[in-house]
Design a protein around this ligand. Structure first.
Ligand SMILES: [Zn+2]
Length: 66
């Protein structure tokens, strides 16, 4: 029985520190954006957080909403 999802819930992405594709744990978090950049101080924006399982480096990207 073949499985196409190794590591259950993780995924493989390129890590800048490892300079290769490694298993990553990917989660989505709601974080408060408090920068006086025109956004309301309490606006919560979803961020996609992927952490390398090899070296622990986290990559955080804001998820653009329409
Ligand atoms: Zn890494």
């Amino acid at each position: 029985m073949a499985s196409e999802t190794p590591h259950g819930g993780g995924r493989t992405e390129r890590c800048e520190r490892c300079c290769e594709e490694t298993p990553h744990a990917v989660t989505v978090e709601l974080r408060v954006e408090s920068e006086p950049d025109g956004d309301p101080p309490f606006a919560r924006r979803p961020y996609r957080v992927s952490s390398c399982r090899e070296c622990g480096t986290e990559s955080v990207h804001a998820i653009e909403e329409p």
